[in-house]
Design a protein around this ligand. Structure first.
Ligand code: ADP
Length: 522
């Protein structure tokens, strides 16, 4: 038959039942009905409380606890044998830490409060790291002496861990956001700044100590009403990201800001783009300057070509007169003159005829610059045959050979294209070692967007360093006595080819020959 228990031991769930099942007669506390009133009162309260409580009682600090406390003891640990056992045995692993606290209460009678105290506990077959927030309160017996310590406690391990994880996550997030090269900050819906990374500190000069927790628009009051302010408000209202690039006067910088709104607030990426804009601006200035210079140069060039044209034109008439009179002098007075005088007339006539050639070439060159090409369909095979026919006497005299390979029909200015071929062919015949019979090959290759023509010779060749120079006007590589010429021919060819939208260049090897290439768009 079950012994009857006094009312203070009724109920109490699992732990209540545990106390009742213990044979207290064998225990130093003795039978339950002889327990001191203080112990009965407080144990009755502990067992019926829904708050986790633990009681140390008597000089041996016998342990009691309730159902609410029970989960903290875990499985395979102190429960159920801890009930009624001396504290030193139950809490051996932390006794050195808690015994002084218990003594303090037992001796001083003052309650203590400990928050998130780290006190590992043996449970679940292992020593578990655990945190506790607890209070020790003295429990007095009927004589008024402190006979026990009531522990009201809450295990805060889960909470401490969660807070630590959160702090860790926050630290990680902060580190990431601090490392990104953009400025970054966040606010809540009230515009209170919740995050401010070091990059945005640098850009704005405002430190996080100053701004965290403050209203963004209080700190940057001068931005209220500006485009920035409007963009932020609109982004929040529409809950749509928005980007703004504008001059931020208070800091004298250009910034690009992207606002990402959310119902909790907004995140903002800030980039100082002053340097980029400065660079863009100086590039723009530079290209504008270049454009002006190019236009200026164009005008001057046109003026110069106009001048060359009129001077050459005006020179033709007096030159013709000089020539005519030299002829007259020679035909009428030659017999009255001595050999030396006749030689002088010969030199003068030679000079005048060279001058005529130079003026004609110059006129050709400036005419090509002044007039736009008249594009027609040109059968280059027919055109080249005509040119070859004209050059035939010279080719025969030099015992040369001219091989015409397949060439296309193109859109070009017929007269000017003829000038290009004439110049290239006559150079190919001219720039030869004396006595070397010229072999010239003319043809074209299909290059998808263009026709690529070539005029190849077996002449003296050109040094690589002169490949560009020879296309400039008056640039010659030889003395007039060795190879006559004005130095205008290739410059004229380049002008004509470029007017047609093509390119001209040379490949050559000294002593082996040269190939001149030029393209015409299809
Ligand atoms: P010119 O023939 O009146 O001197 P060009 O403008 O036609 O003027 O040619 C410029 C220079 O390029 C020539 O003086 C010559 O030195 C070189 N050159 C042109 N064509 C050839 C070629 N086929 N072989 C070697 N040199 C050439």
């Amino acid at each position: 038959m079950q012994p009857a228990f006094p009312p203070f031991l009724e109920g109490g769930g699992e732990t209540g039942a545990l106390i009742r099942s213990i044979d207290w007669k064998e225990h130093p506390l003795g039978p339950v009905d002889q327990w001191p009133p203080g112990l009965r009162t407080v144990l009755g309260m502990v067992l019926t409380s829904r708050f986790p409580m633990f009681l140390f009682w008597g000089p041996d600090l016998f342990c009691f606890y309730n159902d609410a406390y029970r989960p903290s003891l875990g499985k395979e640990g102190k429960h159920p044998q801890a009930m009624g056992q001396p504290g030193a045995r139950v809490w051996a692993e932390i006794w050195p830490a808690i015994k002084p606290q218990i003594d303090q209460v037992m001796q001083g009678g003052q309650a203590t409060w400990h928050e998130e105290q780290f006190l590992p506990i043996y449970r679940n077959n292992q020593l578990d790291d655990a945190y506790w927030t607890y209070s020790y309160s003295p429990v007095r017996d009927e004589t008024g002496c402190v006979s026990g310590v009531l522990v009201t406690c809450q295990e805060t391990t889960a909470w401490v861990r969660a807070r630590r994880d959160m702090e860790e996550a926050y630290r990680e997030k902060k580190q990431i956001l601090d490392r990104i090269s953009d400025g970054f900050f966040a606010t809540d819906v009230q515009w209170q700044v919740t995050f401010w990374n070091s990059q945005v500190e640098k850009i704005t000069g405002v430190t996080r100590e100053v701004i965290l927790g403050k209203n963004l628009w209080d700190v940057f009051s001068s931005a209220v009403g500006t485009a920035f302010h409007t963009t932020y408000l609109e982004a929040m209202r529409n809950q749509e990201p928005a980007t703004i690039e504008a001059y931020f006067e208070p800091l004298n910088i250009w910034v690009e800001e992207t606002v990402y709104p959310s119902p909790e607030g907004c995140s903002v990426y800030v980039r100082d783009v002053s340097a980029r804009l400065q660079q863009e601006k100086s590039m723009q200035d530079l290209s504008e300057e270049l454009r002006k210079k190019a236009a200026d140069l164009q005008v001057r060039n046109e003026e110069l070509e106009q001048f060359v044209y009129s001077v050459s034109h005006d020179l033709k008439e007096p030159l013709r007169m000089v020539n005519n009179f030299l002829h007259l002098l020679d035909s009428r007075y030659a017999r009255q003159l001595d050999d030396r005088a006749r030689q002088f007339i010969h030199f003068a006539t030679d000079g005048a005829s060279r001058m005529r050639i130079l003026i004609d070439d110059l006129l050709e060159y400036s005419r090509a610059s002044r007039l736009h090409p008249e594009l027609t369909t040109v059968d280059t095979a027919a055109l080249l045959q005509e040119i070859i026919r004209q050059q035939q006497p010279l080719i025969q005299e030099l015992q040369g050979r001219l091989l015409l390979e397949s060439v296309p029909v193109v859109r070009a200015d017929r007269v000017r294209l003829a000038q290009v071929f004439q110049n290239l062919i006559s150079n190919a015949l001219k720039y030869q070692e004396p006595g070397n019979p010229p072999v010239i090959r003319i043809g074209a290759a299909d290059r998808k967007m263009n026709w690529e023509f070539y005029v190849q010779d077996n002449g003296i060749g050109i040094e690589t360093r002169y490949f560009d120079k020879i296309f400039q006007i008056f640039q010659r590589l030889h003395l007039r006595e060795a190879y006559p010429g004005t130095g205008i021919g290739l410059a004229l060819c380049r002008k004509i080819v470029e007017q047609h939208g093509g390119k001209i260049w040379v490949e050559s090897e000294v002593g082996k020959g040269s190939t001149f290439y030029f393209t015409l768009p299809k």
